[in-house]
Design a protein around this ligand. Structure first.
Ligand SMILES: [Zn+2]
Length: 83
């Protein structure tokens, strides 16, 4: 009976160790994924008209650079006409 209790304790400790290792591994992979996602978001471009910084995926490309919205793009193109 004494050995049975000891065996149950050993199996429980091994299971806990396995679960702990699995959690540590998933934490490590999520921490490894975060920097790449953050660096994508941190790529900022300045609006050529007002200078506000905005993420690449929200910028509006135009003549003379990128713009924060359509109004600034047309304002910039009015201020800098093609000759
Ligand atoms: Zn702007």
């Amino acid at each position: 009976m004494k050995y049975l209790i000891l065996l149950v304790i050993v199996v429980a400790v091994l299971l806990l160790a396995k679960l702990g290792r699995r959690n540590a591994r998933s934490d490590g992979s999520s921490a490894a994924n975060k920097p790449s996602a953050a660096s994508e978001k941190q790529t900022l471009l300045a609006c050529a008209h007002c200078g506000v910084h905005l993420p690449v995926n929200q910028s509006l490309p135009g003549r003379g650079g990128v713009f924060c919205d359509e109004a600034h793009r047309s304002a910039f193109e009015r201020a800098h006409p093609l000759e």
